[in-house]
Structure formats: structure tokens, C-alpha cells
Design a protein around this ligand. Structure first.
Ligand SMILES: C=C(OP(=O)(O)O)C(=O)O
Length: 501
């Protein structure tokens, strides 16, 4: 939130009004939080509300606005001076208040820049909870840092995957959380140290420095094409779950986008997105890649990804009406997405991918609907192209007999393929050990999919989290796999690991 851009109105009266509204909204938000808190947390929040309601805090900002400075800049400048003052204080109590001011600054900025509604996790804070939904995670601004510890959950759940993609340290299935206490979160080892002593802190800081150094060394690989030790090229693509992940990212670091999860469009809480709204997003993503392939997955709702107005409650949601099954039962919704994708195809190298395909008839029916959408667009004179149609291989039935599917490409969804092969739900900590993508049974299905791709002469990539598991990469490449799609933050270290294979 502290860095989001805002378009200034150029009118000091409106800018002042916007700042007043943002101050009031932030105060109301913190008051509501304080009402749900107790102890020290409630005291800190009450202090923040008092600061916000003190007219002196924003006085400098309102003067700057009168002089023509936009509201967000004026507020940032005014707070910078205050924060500096507190940071320089002799008294430890006052120094500690600087963090509260940073929190207040960011909340008000979130309202000014339209990212309000996002919870801002302050620097160094750990979110402790029983569990966390993917949409709640996405509604939180992690740009300042922060970590998550969960009493429940599982390392292969969607929320864990989102945290990995954004580099947010998360430890799950703790049984209980250290709420309200000081802790160190070690996401690499899955360890939380509560009330660490000075030696533990020092050792931890040393490891953080080492990790930063290893990350810096891997960075040298990020901008080059990936190749194994003997020079064999390997494609490294990226996965994204929302277009904001592309902001500031250079497409030259990857060979394209191997997976765009489109669920974010349907989570916005404004009903199902229409064709124009979808087209705008897909076209933007396609154009970003500058000619590189962009594989957009059709809606993969259901399972642990419920969508209001679309999915239904089921006893076994992972085995139910999800992915392509749901799209085929709601053709009026599916058609809108297919039309938007065909229209976006003129903006770049778009490929369309179907999730949860179990039988060839699903691919055939989706292909017929895509053909219909293309014919309608042609009749309406709208620019379009027919994108190649491929499938996710994530149901064992498809992996065992992939050659039966006349798909333009295969993309192995190792997260779901693992849960279905091992019969171990990806969101359940109790069976997390069984949910192992490196199990020989899962690797055998990956190898058979790679062989099917070779037999049919179509591309095979892997877009599940296994692709970024450095200890698993050598085994994946040993199956003949030559394309992986990983979170943007993982590109450098995956390329570095491929070079060691
Ligand atoms: C990439 C995958 O899809 P998702 O994690 O979005 O279900 C997968 O199952 O491996």
C-alpha cells in the first residue's frame, strides 16, 4: 500500500477531502480491529486511533495540499518527518512508537490509493491463525514483509502455494499458534521458535544472511536461458495468480507464462466478470509477454476454491464438480471466458488450458464450445484468433492414458496429480507426508505423460509446485521433462539448480 500509485485530481479542495475521508476510514478500521482485540494489541490500536484523531498529525499534510501537493505525497511527507522524530527519540518507548506511525501511514495510504480493504501486514509482524483462506491471503498486503503461522493447513494447500509464490514465509499445521508472543518463523525448515534467546536470534540472522547471499548468487542465472550442465536447454516459464504479479517484472527472465490461474477474476466479489472485463485482463497479460507463450487456464473453481454463485457445497469437493466439469455444466459462464480468450489471442501468443480433464470427451466438448465462440466472433466482426487448446494432466486417468487426448499440449499439474495419486488431500496437514510429489508412483505418471507428449509430438510442461522443489528437479528432468513453470520469485534459483543437473 505504501508504494501503490494514485492519480491526483489537481484540485486542492478535492485532495483535502480525499485525505479527510482516508483518515476517517483508517480510524474506523483500526477502531473495529481494537474492538476485536485485547491486552497489549488493544492498547497499541487505541494509541493508533488517538494519533489519527489528533489534528496535529495531519496538519502539515493539509498545508502541503493547499500549496498544490497531491494528498498521498503530502501525507507521506508529513508522516516521514514525524516518523523520523520518533525514531531519533532517546526514550525506547517513543522509538517503538515509530512502527505504529508507519502502520498508520500505510493504512491511510491504502485508502487514498484505492487498495483499502486490504489488510496491511506491518514489517516484522507474524499473522497467527487457525487457518487462512486463499481469498483472505490475497486481500492482504504483504508488501512490507510479514509471515504466517497456522495451527491447521497443509504445505500443499492453495494458500501455502500463494505464500510461496509471493515469498511470504509460512509455517502450517502447528497444532497451536504462538499468538501474542515474539517468534522467529523459518519457512525453509518449517520451524517456529517462540521467545528465542539471543544466541538463537543471532544464528537465525546468520542464516538469513546466508540465504540472501545464495539468492544473490542465483540471480546471475535469472536473465539467461536455462540449460543443464551438458548444455541441454530447459524452458522455465512462470505461474501467476493475478496480473499484479507482472508489475515491474521483465518478461526476458522467462520463456513465457506456463500458467495463468484465472480464479482471481471471479473472486473480486462483484459477481461473475463479463467478457470485456476478462478480455482487458487477458490482453494485458498476453501483451506483457512480448510474443512468448501465455498459457491461460480456464476457470478452475471448486475443490478448495469455492466461488460464490458458481460452486456448490459437496461432501468430497476435490472429487466433485470442479474445473472443466463445472465449466461444462455452466456453458453460459464458460462461453464468456472462451470468447474473451479468443479475442485476447490477437494481443499475443495465447494458449488455452483446461483443468481437471479426466476423459477425452471433456476436451472434445470444450473444443466444440471454443469453435462456436470463434464462429460467433467472426460473425460479429470482432478481432479474434483460435488459440491452441491443451489440457492440465492432474487426474491420474489422464496421466495414465495421455495419448488418448488430442490436446495441443500437456501441462502436468503436480499438486493435484499428487493428491489424487496418493489419495492425500492437499489441504490436510495430517496427510501432508503422503502428499509427496517425489513418490515413485507420482514420478511414474509424470514420466508416462512426458512419453505421451513425445509420442504425439506435443509439448509437455509441469506447472505444479514440484517444479520449484530443488531436491526434486533432477528426478523430474530424468523423466525427460524439459519445461517447468514456477512462481516468478523462484525463477533464478530454479535456473541455477537446472545448471547443476
Ligand atoms: C498447478 C496446479 O493447479 P492448482 O495448484 O492451481 O490447483 C496443480 O494442481 O499442480
Amino acid at each position: 500500500a505504501a508504494t501503490a500509485a494514485r492519480a491526483a485530481t489537481g484540485d486542492p479542495a478535492r485532495e483535502a477531502g480525499d485525505l479527510r475521508a482516508a483518515l476517517a476510514a483508517a480510524a474506523a478500521e483500526i477502531t473495529a480491529l481494537a474492538e476485536r482485540s485485547d491486552g497489549e494489541a488493544a492498547d497499541i490500536l487505541a494509541f493508533q486511533v488517538a494519533m489519527l484523531e489528533d489534528a496535529a498529525l495531519a496538519e502539515g499534510a493539509f498545508h502541503a495540499i493547499e500549496a498544490g501537493i497531491p494528498a498521498d505525497h503530502a501525507w507521506r511527507q508529513a508522516l516521514a518527518a514525524e516518523i523520523e522524530g520518533y525514531e531519533a527519540a532517546e526514550d525506547e518507548y517513543f522509538r517503538a512508537r515509530a512502527a505504529d506511525l508507519v502502520d498508520i501511514r500505510d493504512r491511510v495510504l491504502a485508502h487514498l490509493t484505492g487498495t483499502a480493504g486490504l489488510d496491511v501486514v506491518p514489517r516484522g509482524a507474524i499473522l497467527a491463525a487457525e487457518d487462512l483462506t486463499p481469498s483472505r491471503f490475497l486481500a492482504t498486503d504483504w508488501s512490507a514483509g510479514g509471515a504466517v503461522v497456522l495451527a491447521g493447513g497443509s504445505p500443499s494447500s492453495h494458500v501455502a502455494m500463494l505464500a510461496r509464490a509471493r515469498g511470504v514465509p509460512m509455517v502450517v499445521a502447528l497444532g497451536e499458534t504462538p499468538a501474542g508472543r515474539v517468534a522467529l518463523v523459518d519457512g525453509d525448515r518449517g520451524v517456529v521458535v517462540v521467545e528465542p534467546g539471543p544466541q538463537t536470534r543471532q544464528a537465525f540472522e546468520g542464516r538469513m544472511e546466508e540465504a540472501a547471499a545464495a539468492g544473490a548468487a542465483a540471480l546471475a542465472f535469472r536473465d539467461r536461458p536455462a540449460a543443464m550442465a551438458d548444455g541441454t536447454p530447459v524452458s522455465v516459464l512462470i505461474n501467476i495468480a493475478e496480473p499484479a504479479e507482472l508489475d515491474g517484472l521483465d518478461p526476458a527472465i522467462c520463456d513465457g507464462i506456463g500458467l495463468v490461474r484465472t480464479e482471481f477474476l471471479f473472486h473480486a466479489g462483484r459477481g461473475l466478470p463479463d467478457e470485456e472485463a476478462q478480455l482487458a485482463v487477458y490482453a494485458r497479460i498476453a501483451a506483457w509477454a512480448r510474443g512468448r507463450p501465455v498459457t491461460i487456464r480456464t476457470l478452475d473453481a471448486g475443490g478448495d476454491k469455492p466461488i460464490a454463485g458458481l460452486t456448490v457445497q459437496e461432501a468430497n469437493p476435490f472429487l466433485g464438480l470442479r474445473g472443466i466439469r463445472l465449466s461444462l455444466t455452466r456453458p453460459e459462464v464458460f462461453r464468456v471466458q472462451l470468447r474473451a480468450l479468443a479475442r485476447a489471442a490477437v494481443h499475443g501468443n495465447v494458449k488455452v488450458m483446461l483443468p481437471m480433464v479426466a476423459v477425452p470427451a471433456e476436451l472434445e466438448r470444450a473444443g466444440a464450445l471454443l469453435d462456436e465462440a470463434v464462429a460467433d466472433l467472426k460473425a460479429a466482426g470482432l478481432p479474434h484468433a483460435r488459440p491452441p487448446l491443451g489440457i492440465m494432466v492432474e487426474v491420474p486417468a489422464a496421466a495414465i492414458s495421455a495419448t488418448r487426448f488430442p490436446a495441443a499440449f500437456y501441462s502436468i499439474g503436480s499438486n493435484d496429480l499428487t493428491q489424487y495419486t496418493m489419495a492425500a488431500a492437499r489441504d490436510l496437514g495430517a496427510v501432508a507426508e503422503l502428499n509427496d510429489a517425489g513418490d515413485p508412483a507420482v514420478l511414474a505418471l509424470i514420466a508416462s505423460t512426458v512419453a505421451a507428449g513425445a509420442a504425439r509430438g506435443v509439448e509437455v510442461s509441469l506447472c505444479g509446485d514440484a517444479g520449484a522443489d530443488l531436491s526434486l528437479l533432477p528426478k523430474l528432468l530424468a523423466t525427460g521433462l524439459r519445461a517447468v513453470s514456477v512462481a516468478p520469485v523462484a525463477v533464478a534459483r530454479v535456473k541455477a539448480a537446472i545448471a547443476r543437473c
